[in-house]
Design a protein around this ligand. Structure first.
Ligand SMILES: *Cc1c(COP(=O)(O)O)cnc(C)c1O
Length: 359
């Protein structure tokens, strides 16, 4: 076996022990004689597996009982529509903070269903910072405030949780489970799975139960959180394999010591790269220091004509998927939970060496 170091932004690296366990269990899951993919979602075993995954996530994030945990299909992008459809009517006003590409997509989708007010934006700085708490305020009669705590493409994170008198809705796709999160400060947390949870296609939604039951009458049944919650995430056939793998990832994180332990390691990993970038003229990162992402580290080379050589040499060294997003160029190293310290150290060594050879 020859596993590479994978810095893909998503679908991202999964923990090796999880992949090994899934491969061991593939042909005969827990003595059932079937793979986990081949069993009825209504069977006792799969219902229990789904409940165990939820229980593990609840322990990890200390999710209070007055919050529902829902597994849905369609990734995070589908939630861009589900959020307004579950929480706002067409003549309501909803507030969004715009801090980059994913905020923009969420805004554009919400605009199809209701009236969006962008109350704060870092567009003017080309999304190299986030709006400070004192720089924005909510209009009256807003149904909710939506923001993206970690912009995966720009590598920008909020270092504060917005305060609002209305429910705060957060797209945590690229930072969920990377650090402890104070769930009671949110009305809704949602995340696509393929960064820190499991395989693509699955979304996890954590929603305060008091917010359920007010979906619009034209909200598709498949997007209605209340229906999902009432049916134990089995309104239709759920992505059982995705839930299975997510459960294994949750178990793995618990075995690592939970989110406090993940946060310590994640801060060390990010510091390794930012320290290198800041002390080596060959590399640069444009993001304001206190808003730098701990999960996605974009960087440019002083001479962009070396980009191709950098990527080719990296690939030869088995360091994969370092090309930046097409909208920003340069490089990006995504260093989610499953990318361990040795992978990041190997990348840092490679970067130092490449700069020496080409600087
Ligand atoms: C990846 C990502 C998405 C999109 O997820 P899909 O599952 O592809 O819909 C949305 N928001 C953020 C912050 C992301 O990182």
């Amino acid at each position: 076996m020859n596993r590479a170091y994978n810095f893909c932004a998503g679908p991202a690296a999964l923990p090796e022990p999880v992949l090994m366990r899934a491969s061991e269990e593939m042909m005969d899951w827990q003595g059932s004689g079937c793979s986990v993919m081949e069993m009825s979602h209504r069977s006792t075993e799969i219902v229990a597996m789904t409940e165990a995954a939820e229980a593990s996530l609840r322990r990890l994030m200390a999710i209070p009982d007055d919050y529902a945990v829902i597994f849905q299909q369609g990734g995070a992008s589908q939630q861009f529509a589900a959020v307004p459809l579950n929480l706002a009517h067409s003549d309501d006003v909803v507030a969004y903070l715009n801090t980059g590409q994913w905020s923009k997509k969420a805004i554009a989708e919400a605009q199809r269903f209701t009236n969006v007010e962008v109350v704060g934006s870092s567009q003017a700085s080309n999304f190299t910072e986030v709006p400070k708490a004192e720089e924005w305020s909510l209009p009256a009669n807003t149904r909710y405030l939506h923001y993206c705590p970690n912009e995966t493409i720009g590598g920008v994170r909020f270092n504060y949780i917005p305060e609002a008198a209305v429910p705060v809705v957060a797209d945590m796709s690229s930072m969920i489970l990377s650090e402890p999160i104070d769930v009671p400060r949110f009305g809704v947390i949602y995340a696509g799975a393929q960064k820190n949870i499991g395989p693509a296609g699955l979304a996890v939604i954590i929603v305060k139960k008091s917010l359920l039951g007010s979906a619009r009458s034209d909200c598709p049944a498949m997007l209605d959180w209340q229906k999902a919650a009432d049916n134990g995430s089995m309104y239709n056939t759920p992505p059982t394999f995705g839930i299975y793998l997510a459960g294994l990832v949750f178990e793995w994180i618990e075995a690592q010591g939970g989110l406090d332990a993940m946060a310590v390691v994640n801060r060390r990993k990010a510091a390794m790269l930012y320290d290198l970038i800041d002390t080596n003229d060959f590399y640069a990162n444009p993001v304001e220091v206190e808003s730098r992402s701990l999960m996605n580290v974009p960087f440019t080379l002083a001479d962009s004509s070396l980009d191709k050589a950098f990527l080719a040499d990296a690939e030869a060294a088995r360091l994969l998927n370092l090309k930046g997003h097409r909208s920003v160029g340069g490089m990006r190293a995504s260093i989610y939970n499953a990318v361990d310290e040795s992978a990041v150290a190997t990348l840092a060594e490679f970067m130092t060496d490449f700069a020496k050879r080409n600087g």
